[in-house]
Every structure is written in structure tokens, then in C-alpha cells.
Design a protein around this ligand. Structure first.
Ligand SMILES: [Cu+2]
Length: 101
């Protein structure tokens, strides 16, 4: 999934019906092993496109309410906030991809 914005915004909230929580994660190498950790709020600069995908920055669903299969599409509600604290919500359809692929 690619997220872009014409003005500088922060991704402050992500919601989906199928999970209790959604976090932005980042992958990093540690002693030759790929690990991930929570990235925290995602900041997008004006005109920047951020690519969210396995192997890099990705969205991680926590506390799944039902099993998901790869290839399935999920609806997510993303809330962005700009420097003036104005909020903007967009609903996106996201493709489920297998972990670690
Ligand atoms: Cu993750």
C-alpha cells in the first residue's frame, strides 16, 4: 500500500473491523535476523509517498477477531492529522499479504 499526501501529515489512527489494534512496524536486521518493531506515528512529508509493504514499513494487525487469508481485501480507516491539527479520514482497501514474504 502506498500512502501519499500533498501536505505534511501524521498518520494518527488506523482502524479495521477485523483487529483490535493496528500498528505501523518497521523491519530491521539484527545479527542477520530480520526483526520488527513498532515504528510509532507515521509522518508523511508534503508530496512524499510512503510505501507500506512486507520487508519494510508495514501495517501489523494485532488481536485478530477472525483468521485472515492472504489475498483477502480488508477495509481500513486511516486518520491523518496536519500541522494545524485538522483531521482527515480516508477509507482504503488493503490486500492481506503473508508474513515475511
Ligand atoms: Cu510487524
Amino acid at each position: 500500500m502506498k500512502v501519499s499526501s500533498s501536505n505534511a501529515v501524521r498518520l494518527v489512527d488506523i482502524q479495521t473491523e477485523v483487529a483490535k489494534d493496528v500498528q505501523v512496524h518497521t523491519m530491521h536486521h539484527h545479527d542477520g535476523v530480520m526483526k520488527m518493531r513498532e515504528h510509532g506515528e507515521l509522518a508523511i512529508q508534503a508530496g512524499q509517498t510512503v510505501d507500506l509493504a512486507p520487508g519494510g514499513l508495514h501495517l501489523m494487525l494485532l488481536g485478530l477477531k477472525k483468521p485472515l487469508s492472504a489475498g483477502e481485501n480488508l477495509t481500513m480507516k486511516l486518520t491523518f492529522e496536519d500541522a494545524k491539527k485538522a483531521r482527515n479520514t480516508s477509507v482504503v482497501s488493503v490486500l492481506v499479504r503473508p508474513l515475511g514474504k
